[in-house]
Design a protein around this ligand. Structure first.
Ligand code: HEM
Length: 206
């Protein structure tokens, strides 16, 4: 089967992907120091950097949501249950037996069905859990003025935020592992850097 090169990740997309990656790595490192898991740069410094990265990330997300809607790319995240099982089967069994990938990327459909579900879970559940609890944390000093202190305890915010942090950390490691499952170990990473991905030509064409 021969390969074809397609331009799959646009310039802004690559920019937000890598800046989000750097920010999230920074937030994991500083966040778990704030949590008390280890001492690396000191609690105070970790809180400061975590807060700075939080505002930067919220700004990046605001621009990215705007980009997703103005370009119509948000449709890439619509879930489709079709072929999800085929994807699960591929990652659990097929990949180790050199079976063909059940999904072929195209410009209009660049995520496989399992990826769509995973990104939707991240977008619709894990991210909001993190940023909503994060904002409650950031504005803790204003709770009495806003009248929130009667309904919410800091303990609940800490539990929600830490649970979200563990989920995004799990997502991160699975995500990085899956980037290595292209036709070469760095094929997907290279595509996210250059924008160009090599995909197998559709067998039907032959
Ligand atoms: C995206 C990845 C993120 C990770 C992995 C993460 C992780 C963490 C962790 C583990 C803690 C310590 C929680 C505790 O022990 O109670 C923490 C604290 C905190 N996070 Fe995050 N967080 C993330 C994003 C955010 C965002 C988007 C915001 C703001 C909207 C935010 C704001 C805060 C604040 C204000 C604290 C408390 C700092 C303090 O004690 O003063 N975080 N984060």
């Amino acid at each position: 089967m021969s390969a074809e090169r397609i331009y799959i990740y646009k310039r802004y997309e690559r920019f937000w992907h890598w800046s989000q990656a750097l920010l999230i790595i920074g937030m994991m490192i500083t966040g778990f120091e704030v949590h008390g898991s280890y001492a690396l740069i000191g609690f105070q410094k970790a809180v400061q950097l975590h807060t700075l990265a939080a505002w930067t990330l919220l700004t990046l997300w605001a621009f990215t949501i705007f980009w997703q809607f103005t370009t119509g790319e948000w449709r890439q995240y619509l879930p489709s249950l079709k072929n999800v099982l085929a994807m699960v089967n591929y990652y659990v069994i097929g990949i180790f037996r050199d079976a063909p990938h059940p999904f072929r990327k195209t410009v209009v459909q660049k995520h496989n069905p399992l990826q769509r579900l995973a990104y939707l879970a991240l977008l619709a559940f894990i991210s909001p859990l993190i940023w909503i609890s994060g904002l409650f944390y950031l504005f803790y000093g204003n709770w009495p003025a806003l009248g929130i202190d009667q309904y919410l305890s800091l303990e609940w915010v800490a539990i929600a935020h830490t649970a979200g942090a563990f989920m995004i950390t799990a997502f991160f490691f699975i995500h990085v592992y899956l980037t290595t499952t292209g036709h070469t170990v760095f094929a997907h990473i290279k595509a996210m850097i250059t924008g160009w991905e090599e995909v197998d030509e559709h067998p039907k064409k032959h």
